[in-house]
Design a protein around this ligand. Structure first.
Ligand SMILES: C[S@@+](CC[C@H](N)C(=O)[O-])C[C@H]1O[C@@H](n2cnc3c(N)ncnc32)[C@H](O)[C@@H]1O
Length: 387
């Protein structure tokens, strides 16, 4: 090294102080996609079904079955084991409980649609998140040619989107059924109800409920199929509708559900949907909004904050904070639930144009006026508690 370069090296060493924090969390964030792609590859190769059929697999037997070399077969098995998807017993690998329940073809809760949608449909678009931030408009479809994500009922969309929603919503619906007591309601309208996952699960918990899924015409068949599969065609109906094009929502229901709807739309459109829901409810009726809410400080939680960026590439909306839904309808109570590592906040509000003689309604309207939306986390106006 000559004198000049020594001087430069010396200056650099003095100028750059070593960071006081460890780089591992940053590294973890940067490499999180390795885990998601490992799962996607294992799912593509259907190794969990293979292992379930065979009982267990060695690296050699899997390599033979997949017709791949031993080296990548062993690496994939090790990768899946490191993620808790496989368990090693002796020289063999078996599915973990999670893999066995959700990743084996033909199982009732096979998570096929979710993995397909995230990996095949969305992963490439997430590769251009920076572009979506610059564009401030959806990038997964062309807003100059389509009115919304949901007008793109192409075969890929039809095949995977609602299937993916179904696999997720089935579990959220169970949590909702525990968080919100629906035992005093009789008729549920699931606005934008998609595959009817909520209606099926809520009926199982509250058999006094009948439900109607209200969604775009081409979604009706998807919902009807799932309802028939659940053997509930007599209890759950479907009706085609469009919450923007229809002047009002059909009346005759005492509880309305909006699950993963409002985050798809910009604020004035959310207000339009909320107004129509509110107008369709009778006195004492309830509106339930179920989605991932960003906290009031807008610092997280990560599932909601990252979902919001996902919404950036997919729609005109964003994941809102609870106070942003204030106004336009009765002030809601809120409760927070955590399950399976994600937090989804469930908000319930009773219609405040309720008959004044209905005590339950009066109580709710009072708590609404006194700011029930800011009560302690976990407690709601109707006394339901959440974990
Ligand atoms: C993110 S999915 C949520 C599905 C379901 N609520 C769930 O949580 O599983 C949004 C749903 O809104 C429906 N939707 C979109 N635009 C709509 C409109 N204008 N009128 C009625 N439904 C609509 C879509 O077809 C889709 O099923």
């Amino acid at each position: 090294m000559n004198k000049a370069s020594k001087r430069i090296a010396g200056r650099t060493a003095r100028a750059v102080a070593e960071p006081a924090v460890c780089p591992l969390p940053r590294m973890q964030i940067s490499t999180d996609f390795w885990a998601s792609k490992t799962l996607a590859a294992a799912h593509d190769l259907d190794i969990f079904t293979h292992i379930a059929d065979a009982g267990r697999a060695t690296a050699e037997s899997l390599a033979r079955a997949l017709r791949v070399a031993l080296r990548p077969a062993e690496m994939l098995l090790t990768g899946c084991a490191s993620l808790g998807l496989l368990e090693r017993r002796g020289d063999r690998y078996a599915n973990s409980a999670v893999a066995d329940a959700f990743l084996v073809r033909g199982r009732p809760y096979y998570f096929d649609g979710g993995i397909e949608m995230l990996d095949r449909r969305l992963y490439p678009w997430w590769g251009n998140l920076t572009g979506a931030i610059h564009a401030n408009r959806p990038t997964t479809w062309d807003p100059d040619r389509q009115g919304s994500l949901f007008e793109g009922e192409g075969p890929v969309m039809l095949a995977v989107f609602w299937e993916a929603m179904h696999s997720l919503s089935t579990f959220t619906a169970r949590v909702l059924g525990e968080a919100v007591d629906l035992s005093s309601y009789r008729r549920l309208r699931d606005v934008g109800g998609g595959s009817a996952a909520y209606d099926v699960e809520l009926y199982r918990r509250y058999p006094q409920l009948t439900a109607t899924v209200y969604d775009l015409p081409f979604v009706e068949d998807i919902a009807a199929r799932k309802i028939a599969d659940a053997g509930l065609s007599g209890r759950i109906q479907t009706v085609a509708g469009d919450f923007f094009a229809d002047a009002s929502l059909p009346a005759g229901h005492d509880v309305i559900l909006l699950s993963m709807i409002l985050h798809d739309w910009r604020e004035e459109r959310c207000r339009e949907i909320l107004r129509k829901c509110y107008a369709a409810l009778p006195g004492g009726g309830a509106l339930i909004v179920s989605e991932l809410l960003v906290n009031d400080e807008k610092t997280g939680p990560a599932p909601a904050a990252l979902m919001s960026l996902h919404i950036l590439i997919e729609t005109e909306g964003r994941n809102y904070a609870s106070p942003e839904y204030g106004g336009g309808c009765a002030r809601p109570a809120s409760s927070t639930r955590t399950r399976c590592g994600s937090t989804r906040r469930v908000r319930t509000g009773r219609s405040s144009h309720a008959r004044p003689d209905a005590p339950r309604v009066r109580r709710s309207a009072r708590s609404a006026r006194s700011g029930a939306g800011h009560r302690a986390p976990g407690a709601s106006a109707d006394g339901t508690h959440a974990r």
